[in-house]
Design a protein around this ligand. Structure first.
Ligand SMILES: Cc1cc2nc3c(=O)[nH]c(=O)nc-3n(C[C@H](O)[C@H](O)[C@H](O)COP(=O)(O)OP(=O)(O)OC[C@H]3O[C@@H](n4cnc5c(N)ncnc54)[C@H](O)[C@@H]3O)c2cc1C
Length: 426
């Protein structure tokens, strides 16, 4: 009922929030440095999956939303480079809860957005983390107990016999694994289109071919954006520009602890030797991983690489194709047969950039040193899976439904410089 009330357009939002049951959840202990108002005009920079989903949740909350995207289409940067995989198996309790929320949203996507028949191609074939090391197996067993204790009760710890019975393609050295069958992969493109279609119901305006050049400030407050199509004014500006978020923040004198890092994806068009019913299979000892993709597969491996400036076009390293196939071959020996018989036109190599934060968790919320400026970025390789819960949280923080103090992803959180880092990072 509360949500229905909030669908009414922005002019009445303040009154609705004051008069409705939402009163008890509005944060009254907000910090003095943040000039809290329920704002009405919101400008989102970036039309990747995160920006578009944010536009939907904010539009639905009754705010007037404009979204600026530099390219001629939405979702063409990191979102298009992704492996599109989604999982709830994480090590940090906040991330477990967050990803559970996101995956439930994806499971019921067309109902959530009231888009009958809109398919996001959710393949729930599971995520399988495999090790050959006894010590790691013992740690995995503890991790599963921890995950169960934190509400993720459907992760299984698989011993040697269970593992090889269920996943016969694995090498004999595979010793133990963790598995969650509800994890899997989606079409990020279809998810983005769904959010866009649903956002249009709330009069969200999408401005393509509109590049944000710099943030506009007045009296110490961010009040809009200078773009290639003129100036836009707003009560709140949201940085959803993926790898470009930190560069844009710098135009208002703000340093964000975010660094773009190149990551690759190799797609094999089709091949008879690939078991198409396999889960996302991760070598926990090295990080190399692969999953079926249509009649072929998608492979990735986050090798150590220095941060780079944000890029619109990221050149891949052609040698990656050989390295990643060798990497996944260790646990899935059929990759040797695939590699030996592959033809050039079956192989597609892409690269994009992770936007990495110090603790591998996103930055979502207002920037205390720049009133009027918010950020939703730094997903460190988990942005597709985190999108529904992140965009929902952003809208809830802006409208006061969630207190700024209950935000595990606050951009000024102490954990950024301390030790609450997510350990299950690929
Ligand atoms: C190889 C690879 C594999 C990955 N695999 C996965 C995975 O399996 N699962 C997962 O959850 N995540 C994965 N990720 C991460 C995921 O792709 C990102 O976290 C997610 O796409 C972030 O979405 P975004 O909308 O924040 O950023 P983006 O998709 O980068 O969108 C940002 C948008 O902002 C626009 N923009 C930038 N600057 C400006 C400007 N000045 N003016 C106007 N517009 C601007 C860009 O054009 C772009 O459209 C992967 C990433 C890579 C690189």
């Amino acid at each position: 009922m509360v949500r229905e009330e909030l669908q009414i357009n922005g002019g009445r939002l303040k009154a609705i929030l004051r008069d409705s049951k939402l009163d008890r959840t509005i944060d009254d202990s907000r910090p003095n440095h943040y000039d809290w108002e329920i704002m009405e005009r919101v400008l989102i920079i970036g039309g990747g999956i995160v920006g578009v989903a944010s536009a939907y949740f904010l539009g639905r909350s009754g705010l007037h939303v404009d979204l600026l995207e530099r390219e001629i289409m939405l979702g063409a940067l990191t979102t298009a480079a992704s492996l599109q995989a989604v999982r709830a198996q994480f090590s940090d309790p906040a991330n477990i809860a967050f990803m559970k929320e996101s995956l439930s949203f994806y499971e019921t996507f067309s109902q959530q957005l009231d888009l009958p028949g809109h398919e996001i191609d959710f393949h729930q074939q599971g995520y399988l983390f495999v090790t050959t090391e006894a010590e790691t197996a013992a740690r995995m067993r503890e991790r599963v107990e921890f995950q169960h204790a934190h509400g993720l009760d459907d992760v299984e710890f698989l011993t040697y016999d269970e593992l090889h019975e269920r996943f016969p393609f694995l090498a004999p050295e595979a010793l133990a694994a963790t598995f969650r069958s509800r994890d899997g992969w989606i079409s990020a493109h279809e998810a983005l289109l769904g959010f866009q279609q649903a956002a249009r119901r709330y009069q969200v305006r999408f401005h393509l071919k509109t590049e944000a050049l710099s943030l506009l400030t007045r009296g110490g407050r961010v009040v809009g954006v200078r773009t290639t199509s003129g100036d836009f004014e707003a009560d709140i500006v949201i940085l959803a520009a993926g790898p470009f978020a930190a560069q844009l923040a710098r135009t208002a004198g703000i340093d964000l602890p975010l660094e773009p890092v190149r990551r690759h994806r190799l797609v094999i068009g089709s091949h008879d030797h690939i078991p198409l019913d396999a889960p996302m299979t991760i070598d926990e000892d090295t990080g190399a991983h692969w999953r079926p993709e249509g009649p072929g597969a998608a492979l990735a491996w986050a090798e150590p690489e220095a941060p780079s400036p944000p890029m619109r076009h990221v050149s891949p390293d052609p040698q990656f194709a050989f390295r990643v196939m060798e990497g996944v071959y260790r646990l899935s020996p059929f990759w040797l047969d695939v590699a030996e018989s592959l033809k050039r036109d079956q192989v597609f190599l892409h690269a994009g950039q992770y936007t990495v934060s110090p603790d591998h968790n996103p930055l979502i919320g207002p920037l205390p040193d720049a009133p009027g400026l918010w950020v939703i970025s730094g997903f460190s390789g988990h942005g597709i899976m985190a999108t529904p819960a992140s965009a929902r949280l952003l809208a809830d923080l802006i409208t006061g439904r969630v207190s700024l103090h209950n935000n595990p992803y606050a951009p000024d959180r102490p954990a950024l410089t301390e030790s609450r880092a997510e350990r299950m990072v690929l």
